[in-house]
Ligand binder design. Structure first.
Ligand SMILES: C[S@@+](CC[C@H](N)C(=O)[O-])C[C@H]1O[C@@H](n2cnc3c(N)ncnc32)[C@H](O)[C@@H]1O
Length: 210
């Protein structure tokens, strides 16, 4: 690991400790929110792949007491404030979107996903798993977001990346790919930020033949 990479990790690690955040990742959300205006007071937010809870803390601060944040992860998340609820669930499971909807006070304004696969070290495998998680997040977002809602999703770059961005473009009016400063330059991760959810795509009506 290079010296500058170590220094960057150490810097965000110390800052997270000092500010009481559960993860260094918290700063990625802070930076992306500053750049794109993702989170607003009163928002209903869903955070997928949320453990240990750094993003949940940042989202809860931004939405305030009138907002609500729901975190989902495979592993349990230690309790946070009054307006934060958490669920143990797999975002690749078909039923998770229903579970998320049942736990929201209304349709979500924002869906976030920082979900990461366990790193195998084999680039193509890790990329494919990360795209699978991003597609899982997109599927859930498509079921729970309100029209005009926002999405932020992490993915490791690779050959399936352009296809994923194209899928997101079909469902949102504005899409941007970004890498926050707090993300290591050498890592393959980027964040896809999308605004203006177009609403659920309905199945095309059946056409009569003949
Ligand atoms: C980088 S961590 C998230 C850090 C978080 N944003 C924070 O600030 O604390 C990635 C998380 O994705 C979760 N994850 C991976 N696969 C998942 C899946 N299929 N369903 C739900 N969570 C998953 C992992 O358990 C892990 O906690």
């Amino acid at each position: 690991m290079s010296g500058s990479r170590d220094r960057k990790r150490e810097h965000y690690y110390r800052m997270a400790k000092r500010m009481g955040y559960r993860s260094r990742a918290a700063f990625k959300l802070i930076q992306l929110d500053k750049r794109y205006g993702l989170l607003e007071e009163g928002d209903v937010v869903v955070d997928l792949g949320a453990a240990p809870g750094g993003w949940l803390q940042v989202a809860a601060e931004r939405v305030g007491e009138s907002g609500f944040v729901l975190g989902v992860d495979l592993v349990p998340i230690a309790p946070l404030g009054k307006n934060v609820r958490t669920l143990e669930a797999d975002i690749l499971d078909e039923q998770t979107a229903d579970l998320v909807r049942e736990n929201l006070p209304r349709r979500a304004d924002v869906v976030l996903s920082d979900a990461s696969p366990k790193i195998s070290g084999v680039w193509t495998v890790d990329h494919a798993r990360s795209v699978e998680l991003a597609r899982g997040a997109l599927r859930i977002a498509s079921r729970v977001l309100r029209c005009g809602g926002r999405l932020l999703v992490k993915v490791f770059q690779g050959e399936e990346f352009p296809g994923l961005v194209a899928e997101i473009r079909k469902r949102f009016e504005f899409v941007k790919v970004s890498k926050p400063r707090a993300s290591r330059k050498a890592s393959a991760e980027v964040y896809i930020m999308a605004k203006g959810f177009r609403g659920r795509v309905r199945a095309a009506p059946l056409r009569r033949r003949g």
